[in-house]
Design a protein around this ligand. Structure first.
Ligand code: AFP
Length: 336
């Protein structure tokens, strides 16, 4: 565990390096600020009738929670106020939002899930905001669809804000993974997790076991392997699943282990899994790789995938390098 030191988020961002440092600092400050507003609203949501659904569905075909839209309407203007958020992709917006006025020399693309783990909202569970920032490549001010569809290797910043007992911002700009806890007394985020490294292997696995019958055979064999007793390899692993990627990946980042959301092998299921590449899998994959871990579809490296659409889904296998490699062995039937 890191020693507590009083590096504030502002001080850390002011010390940033590289061509995008000032622009990324502005975008990350905007996201951090939106995180404080969202955390406040979550804390009082039950008191002000903000729980429950809007009655509508989003581009994913999921029931939209009031707080999904509310949080989206906090993040969009917060990024807009930076003057650098040229193109926005959100889980809650079917269409890409392109603002020519923000596409000058320093235009960025921000992909985000305003409330990850919405199914936890009405049960006072932990949720989060996930974000991924890409540099705009297109010239001119008009929207270039292909410009959004960049692989995860092109990210210049990625992270999440976790709304748990404390509000925690965890991100990377390619210089390791750092976590900043919101200090409400000081009204600022303070670094509490510096240069986080994920253990090479863990003791926990995280997945929705209810989907068992729909998984590829290799995934089922892998999970059976983790459940077998073998003291030498620390098995059986324990099962942990929070229903929010932010919570499950954060625990895995700190304690090691593996999170999986496989594709459905069964007909009529989700052949590409459930998680969205651009604002769930890719940002988490870069974070975990920056911390020394690994992230794939079970077969391909997540960060190498070139998106075919902004809301594309992908299978995700992410966590400690040794655990993910082992899962890939089972995916490839090299282990039975
Ligand atoms: P929402 O953000 O739409 O609630 O989805 C949450 C999520 O994308 C991810 O955070 C969870 O790990 C996963 O889906 C939970 O999915 P299941 O409910 O199918 O287990």
């Amino acid at each position: 565990m890191t020693t507590l030191e009083a590096t504030t988020l502002d001080a850390y961002l002011d010390g940033g390096h590289g061509p995008d440092a000032a622009d990324l600092a502005a975008l990350l400050r905007a996201l951090a600020g939106a995180g404080v507003t969202i955390a406040d609203e979550l804390a009082r949501a039950a008191l002000i009738g903000q729980l429950g659904t809007t009655g509508g569905t989003n581009v994913q075909g999921e029931k939209v929670k009031k707080l999904d839209l509310w949080a989206n309407d906090v993040v969009v203007p917060a990024l807009g106020a930076t003057g650098r958020a040229c193109t926005l992709v959100s889980e809650e917006m079917e269409e890409i939002r392109h603002d020519r006025g923000q596409c000058g020399s320093a235009g960025f693309i921000v992909c985000f899930d305003p409330v990850d783990g919405s199914s936890n909202l009405d049960v006072n569970g932990i949720v989060g905001t996930i974000f991924s920032i890409l540099r705009r490549r297109a010239s001119g001010l008009d929207h270039a669809p292909a410009d959004v569809l960049q692989p995860g290797t092109a990210q210049v910043a990625a992270g999440y804000i976790m709304y748990g007992p404390s509000t925690l911002l965890v991100f990377t700009t390619g210089d390791g993974v750092h976590g900043f806890t919101l200090d409400r007394a000081r009204g600022t985020y303070v670094r509490t997790h510096a240069n986080v490294r994920i253990p090479a292997h863990g003791r926990a696995y995280s997945l929705n076991d209810g989907n068992w019958s729909r998984w590829p055979a290799g995934v089922r064999r892998f999970v059976e392997h983790l459940r077998e007793t073998d003291v030498a390899t620390g098995r059986p692993y324990t099962a942990r699943y929070a229903g929010s990627l932010v919570t499950d990946v954060h625990r895995t980042l700190l304690e090691g282990g593996i999170y999986l959301y496989p594709e459905d092998a069964a007909a009529g299921g989700k052949p590409s899994g459930k998680l969205r590449l651009m604002y769930e899998a890719a940002p988490m994959a870069w974070l975990i790789e920056q911390a020394g871990g690994r992230a794939s579809t079970g077969r391909e490296r997540i960060l190498d995938l070139v998106p075919t659409s902004p809301h594309q889904r992908v299978p995700l296998v992410i966590g400690s390098a040794e655990d993910v490699r082992l899962a890939e062995e089972f995916y490839a039937d090299r282990r039975v």
